[in-house]
Design a protein around this ligand. Structure first.
Ligand code: ATP
Ligand code: MG
Length: 593
């Protein structure tokens, strides 16, 4: 028994803590919050006054045929009604304004937080989860303000106010009406629990359906190629059925609960009239009371009916807020403690005994040491999975290394301020990612300091200007999501211009593996030569022509350096990895060259 109590206590405490944290989000909007609170307090008595005035009108004026007095009271009632309408408008507006303002800020906060998380988070969290947090969950938090906390307090105030004035008018009649109260409380409690469970089910089904659709639409090509549309259709139908059922279940409870409350309130009304009428003759109950009490009863039952639902809404808002807070509390940032601002570098890069693993106990790079002198080009070759892309990832500080040091211009890269550090390095990734937007925006990434002239100059230098000009709209050509309407080679060229326009001191290029036609090959080759000229460059190379241009070649084998040196030198090595690779992969090309 004690244990059970303790658990309940803990849960309540925890919920209150959570509620407190949600309410604190409204701190910048305390004025609106206070206004809504005051309106809630003022509205309750105004609403309660009306039936009371009706009672006064009936008892003191109608039956005494005092037309003047009757008119006065009627005017007051109309005045109160108008006042209530105006105040209620402001109340609803202010609570919603509060909710919307809070979630607008929260979205910014969450997105900013997501932007700062290190890539390990994204490696292990589905995309859908991050979007759900920023959109659906935050939307639900709105209800804590618009329908939750303040409205619940307003309802409870009205409830006690109505009870108070009923007792004041006639405590006996009130008690007669309240005999049905236990029934009402039981019905509300059962309803609240049932609906809560079914809401949770609805939410689970929604996220299932979202995840299913998102993945299938992204992978549509594969579905169509492998002819599995019908099977997927069956899967979808099942998920859809479950979702519909969950919704119907939750509606069922409403469909039962509302009529039940109506029956209970009708019973209360019946009791009241039966008892009231039989006591009217003795003068204990006045006609005015018989007019006012049905209105009071209505005012009493409506909030009770709503309250059960409102507590659920609040609960769901809190569940959502808990998820959002969990994300906000994640401290998975790259440590940005460096104080040195990276200004123009000479571009010396040195790896000093670097060891790295993505997950514990699985070293991907082992004791790597090498140097690239300023202005030189290093080509990295090695079989798939040997760790080439990983070298780039850690040089960019996407991940933290476990052991050793990486130095740029003789300074440990952890000592540079992260933003300035990254701004001196440009990376062209293996698979080019384009955002929806114009070609120009994709090159500048909406950096307003880069002018269109600079972009055109860079494109001309790379040799991309010609093809971009020919696109409908030229630099304003609208790129569709992920660049689906451009060819691989075109996407590549755009990403080259993107790198060049930022004029980096160090250039990193992860060459695409896909083969391209000889004509594009020579365009790309020319572009790469322009990119690496006069700056330190690291190229993960798949093309012989690129490799030959490099000052040094590093052959990577399972995260270790197998060979290091210029092309001619490595070719001399008997049984060398490079020589083997060269003979297997490039011999044919070199014959034809
Ligand atoms: P490719 O030529 O195919 O591009 P690569 O040499 O670039 O290969 P890497 O991408 O560096 O290979 O991967 C090296 C190893 O690290 C692989 O075994 C891979 O499974 C692992 N790995 C890569 N990225 C991650 C990640 N984000 N989390 C965990 N392990 C990873
Ligand atoms: Mg790679």
């Amino acid at each position: 028994m004690f244990r059970w109590n303790a658990v309940v206590m803990d849960k309540n405490k925890f919920d209150l803590f959570l509620l407190g944290r949600v309410l604190r989000l409204a701190k910048p909007y305390r004025k609106i919050f206070a206004a809504a609170g005051i309106l809630a307090v003022v509205l309750a008595p105004i609403a309660i006054m009306r039936p009371y005035l009706i009672k006064v009108m009936v008892d003191d004026y109608v039956f005494k045929f005092d037309v003047a007095g009757m008119t006065t009271v009627a005017m007051i009632i109309i005045g109160l009604l108008l006042l209530e309408v105006v105040l209620r408008y402001f109340f609803i507006y202010s609570t919603n304004l509060l909710g919307q303002s809070v979630i607008r800020d929260l979205r910014v906060k969450v997105f900013k937080h997501i932007l700062s998380l290190k890539l390990t988070y994204f490696d292990t969290t589905p995309i859908g989860t991050s979007t759900t947090r920023t959109i659906n969950d935050i939307e639900t938090i709105n209800t804590v303000f618009s329908q939750g906390a303040i409205t619940i307090i307003a309802d409870i105030l009205t409830l006690f106010g109505v009870l108070g004035i009923m007792l004041f008018t006639s405590w006996k009649l009130t008690l007669v009406c309240l005999t049905v109260l236990p029934l009402l409380i039981i019905a509300s409690y059962v309803f609240k629990e049932k609906v809560k469970a079914s809401y949770q089910k609805v939410r689970t089904q929604i996220s299932k359906m979202n995840a299913f659709l998102q993945e299938r639409i992204t992978g549509m090509r594969i579905l169509q190629i492998f002819n599995v549309e019908e099977k997927e259709m069956e899967n979808f139908k099942k998920i859809n059925r479950d979702y519909t059922q969950a919704n119907l279940d939750s509606i069922l409870y409403y469909a039962i609960f509302f009529p039940v409350v109506d029956i209970i309130s009708a019973a209360a009304l019946g009791l009241m009239i039966w008892w009231g009428a039989s006591h009217a003759l003795t003068g204990e109950v006045t006609p005015g009371m018989l007019v006012a009490f049905p209105i009071y009863l209505n005012m009493l039952f409506r909030p009770i009916r709503m309250l059960a639902d409102r507590f659920n809404t609040l609960q769901m808002g809190l569940v959502a807020s808990e998820r959002v807070f969990n994300l906000l509390d994640k401290q998975q940032h790259i440590k940005d403690k460096g104080s040195i601002t990276a200004n123009e570098w000479k571009g010396d890069v040195e790896f000093d005994d670097v060891t790295f693993s993505y997950t514990p106990n699985n070293d991907i790079l082992k004791n790597l040491s090498f140097k690239i002198n300023s202005g030189e080009t290093l080509a990295i070759v090695g079989s798939t999975g040997s760790g080439k892309t990983t070298i780039i990832n850690i040089l960019n500080r996407f991940y933290e290394i476990r052991k050793g040091k990486i130095l740029v211009d003789g300074v440990d890269i952890r000592e540079y301020d992260l933003q300035s550090y990254r701004s001196r390095i440009a990376v062209v990734l293996q698979d080019v990612f384009l955002f929806s937007g114009t070609v120009l925006e994709n090159i500048t990434l909406r950096d307003s300091e880069i002018t269109k002239e600079q972009v055109i100059e860079a494109s001309k230098m790379i040799g991309a200007h010609e093809f971009i000009e020919k696109l409908p709209g030229g630099y304003d050509y609208k790129v569709m999501e992920r660049g689906a309407t451009l060819s691989m080679g075109q996407r590549q060229l755009i990403s080259f211009v993107r790198a060049l326009v930022f004029n980096p001191d160090i250039l990193i290029l992860d060459e695409a593996t896909s083969s391209i036609d000889p004509e594009t090959e020579s365009v790309i080759q020319y572009a790469i030569e322009q990119l690496i000229a006069k700056r330190t460059s690291i190229i993960i190379a798949h093309r012989l022509s690129t490799i030959r241009h490099a000052d040094n070649i590093m052959v990577l084998d399972k995260g270790e350096i197998a060979e290091f040196g210029p092309h001619e030198e490595l070719l001399q090595l008997q049984d060398g990895h490079y020589r083997e690779l060269y003979e297997m992969q490039f011999a044919q090309i070199s014959v034809s060259e």
